[in-house]
Design a protein. Structure first.
Ligand SMILES: [Cu+2]
Length: 351
């Protein structure tokens, strides 16, 4: 259709109509590509839609600009190319002030709109709350906190998230900030792994399991250096900082397992600081939790049963000695020798 327009233009179609048709075509292509770029991984959380909406808007605008700018370049290359035997210069053109104002103003407006939109998304996801003080939006804060808590400096708030305070964090919407999430997990980043502690049961795990559809709150911190907890499919990322706690709240919407990635260069093996996040049905989650608790209880029992303090050395070593083909007689002898040497050592020390 565009080709037809170009083809017939010299005949009688006025250029305003050509411009209009090109404009409509560019707009339609941009809108379509902005929704169908396929650049994002699966969206697995309630919050993902907000981020994708912003990204798609930026992609739509960028596609339109790309087509316009590249189109103008290609059009000019062809239209104003040097012809055979043409030794003339083109017309001498100096600046065009209205044009320059327009091409400065349009990007400025686009950037302004996008920044307002991104702040709105950030706010909806609870990102602006940690910075909130009653000087700026007191009425909003009043919903979250009561009384004296409002006077606590934001940096102190970040240290005391367990008291229902808003921590340095992301994910809690203004409506849910200050409320307890349905499930809380403490996350510790260390070189080079993530450790997940479930405070309700005391379970410690190297992978994160959560039930689908329930809001999860992660309390992040780091043992050694800065790490960053990144869930690409959930569109959220948060720094894990030694000595302070940050939060991440989200509601998983899709069953499956997803990568958990450290997104802060934290040392030589930063690249291997990866684990999995399993979103399960509440039944699967409960079964996993029970299984892990049983396994860790077994481990505990083993350690207790092996307590060598109650046995003599030969009793404790007997099963191992048998494996190695040492008879009980020589074991006793070895034990006796050991005691003698120990005693000898002590005597030497005291001399
Ligand atoms: Cu790391």
């Amino acid at each position: 259709m565009l080709l037809a327009v170009f083809h017939f233009k010299p005949v009688n179609i006025p250029s305003q109509i050509t411009t209009l048709i090109i404009g409509i075509a560019v707009t339609l292509i941009s809108l379509w590509y902005g929704q169908n770029h396929g650049l994002m991984p699966v969206a697995a959380s309630e919050e993902a839609g907000q981020v994708d909406g912003l990204f798609n808007t930026m992609m739509t605008i960028a596609t339109g600009l790309f087509i316009l700018i590249q189109g103008a370049l290609i059009y000019s290359l062809i239209k104003f190319r040097r012809r055979k035997n043409d030794q003339m210069d083109g017309p001498s053109i100096h600046g065009n002030i209205p044009l320059e104002i327009v091409w400065t103003a349009i990007p400025a407006v686009i950037v302004l709109i996008l920044s307002l939109y991104s702040f709105e998304v950030y706010n909806i996801m609870g990102g602006l709350d940690p910075m909130a003080s009653h000087d700026h939006h007191g009425s909003q804060l009043a919903h979250h906190h009561s009384g004296d808590e409002q006077d606590v400096a934001p940096s102190l708030i970040a240290f005391a998230p367990s008291q229902g305070q808003v921590a340095l964090g992301l994910g809690a919407s203004p409506e849910t900030a200050g409320q307890e999430a349905q499930l809380t997990v403490d996350v510790m980043g260390l070189q080079y792994a993530w450790l997940f502690t479930y405070p309700d049961t005391g379970l410690v795990s190297g992978e994160l399991h959560i039930p689908v559809g329930e809001e999860v709150q992660l309390n992040l911190t780091a043992m050694d250096v800065l790490h960053a907890f990144w869930l690409p499919q959930f569109r959220i990322k948060q720094d894990a900082i030694p000595g302070r706690e940050s939060q991440l709240r989200f509601t998983p919407t899709k069953l499956g397992d997803y990568p958990v990635i450290c997104a802060e260069l934290c040392g030589s093996y930063h690249g291997s600081m990866v684990t999995r996040l399993y979103v399960e049905t509440p039944e699967e989650y409960e079964a996993w939790m029970q299984e892990q608790l049983l396994a860790s209880a077994d481990k505990l029992e083993e350690t207790v049963a092996l307590n060598p303090a109650q046995m003599s050395d030969s009793e404790f070593l007997a099963p191992y000695a048998q494996e190695m083909g040492i008879d009980s007689q020589s074991l006793k002898h070895l034990e006796h020798e050991g005691r003698r040497q120990e005693a000898g050592g002590r005597r030497e020390e005291s001399l």
